[in-house]
Design a protein around this ligand. Structure first.
Ligand SMILES: [Zn+2]
Length: 394
């Protein structure tokens, strides 16, 4: 069994040890400060003498295995181990911050459950059972950052499974702990108790600052709440604040009003879209047809018409045996053609003409659609389509 130095002292990052066994690039020592990962926290990296340790993991039999590509160790060798300290400290901060964050969120949402934790140098998050409002997150962060400023001690207590205090105070999933086993509990001052055998900082002030910077759906597992701690939190807070101020300026609003302003804008945009849709529908149905050799040809260009509106209007023309050529311009130009006449093949007419304008399209002989990238050519495109339809009908 490897003696696990990290269990007693998370701050020891250099150590001397003896090689117990090797297997290819894998090395087992009699003792190690390399955390093999667990509780959602990724493993440590570092060096053994001058060789890189790229990974450490538990082999399931009580040994910590180090992956050391290219090593030449043999059992009995004395080695100097050195854990990458900046990385380790960031992970310890992340892990402690996760306890503090979830404990603080639970004060706002008492029935909140945690389903997954992930702590790595690049990404730190907890997946919780349901969505948490930004207002609850704001209150949780105020509480957590006050606890950081108060510099509470972070201690490890060993409790027995039968301790009446256990279920009362401690976040724990008892079904995961074998009968009779002692339970390692991490306490943050007297505000948070959680069963955990990971590694943590000793005082909350070491965390500097805690920030939630993203919230994303995690499907059936719930919602992933991403957070940052220490300098990364301060940096991210500055970035987010400036982005918020930029957005505020772009929306002609104030930070305290921006949420309402954006929500009003969305409503106005929905209303404008709906009314544009109605107008486009009315315009297409008011088009007067031209008779070309006994076939009624309807053609029109409407600014901002949605493709579905054009398609519906074109289908009606087709059903009555006519030909529809509808074009909509906006940032790009869309074209829809439908034909109830065997004389006009939508696919061949539309694809040929669109290619001439640098666009593309496709469909069937009785219905085709596509677009071109240049909005200023909408009228020219409509004329070209009209000419081609006239040619095929004569
Ligand atoms: Zn922990």
């Amino acid at each position: 069994m490897t003696e696990e130095l990290f269990r007693h002292d998370g701050y020891q990052f250099e150590f001397q040890a003896q090689v117990a066994s090797t297997d290819g690039e894998l090395v087992v020592l009699d003792r190690t400060a390399f955390y093999p990962g667990g509780g959602g926290q990724v493993c440590d990296t570092g060096t053994l003498n001058d060789d890189r340790v790229t990974e450490a993991f538990c082999d399931g039999n009580g040994d910590v295995v180090h992956r050391v590509p290219g090593h030449r160790f043999v059992p009995g060798d004395r080695v100097w181990g050195s854990v990458d300290w900046d990385r380790r400290f960031d992970l310890m901060m992340g892990h402690t911050a996760e306890h503090l964050l979830f404990g603080s969120l639970r004060r706002q949402v008492p029935d909140l459950e945690i389903s997954k934790i992930f702590i790595s140098p690049e990404s730190k998050y907890v997946i919780v059972s349901k969505d948490v409002s930004w207002e609850d997150i704001r209150k949780a962060l105020v509480f957590a950052n006050a606890a950081i400023r108060e510099n509470l001690t972070v201690t490890r207590i060993v409790m027995s499974r039968d301790d009446p205090d256990l279920l009362d105070k401690v976040r724990i999933k008892l079904d995961r702990i074998p009968e009779g086993e002692e339970i390692s509990v991490v306490a943050i001052g007297d505000i948070d108790y959680s069963a955990c055998s990971g590694i943590h900082v000793m005082e909350t002030s070491e965390l500097g600052m805690l920030l939630v910077d993203r919230k994303v759906s995690a499907g059936k597992d719930g919602v992933a709440i991403h957070f940052k701690v220490g300098d990364a939190a301060a940096y991210s807070a500055t970035e987010l604040a400036v982005t918020c101020l930029e957005a505020t300026e772009a929306a002609d609003s104030k930070p305290e009003d921006i949420v309402r302003a954006v929500s009003n804008m969305k409503k106005e945009l929905e209303y404008a879209r709906a009314s544009l849709k109605d107008s486009a529908r009315a315009l297409f149905s008011s088009v007067r047809p031209k008779d070309i050799n006994g076939t009624e040809v309807y053609s029109a260009a409407v600014f901002g018409a949605e493709r579905t509106v054009m398609a519906d209007a074109a289908e009606k023309v087709k059903a009555a045996g006519g030909v529809a050529i509808f074009v909509s311009s906006g940032e790009t130009v869309s074209a829809v053609m439908a034909s109830g006449s065997a004389g006009a093949d939508c696919r061949s007419v539309l694809t040929d003409v669109l290619v001439r304008f640098g666009g593309r399209g496709g469909g069937k002989p009785d219905f085709a659609q596509g677009g071109i990238p240049c909005p200023e050519k909408a009228a020219e495109l409509l004329r070209a389509l009209e000419e081609e339809v006239a040619k095929s009908l004569s």
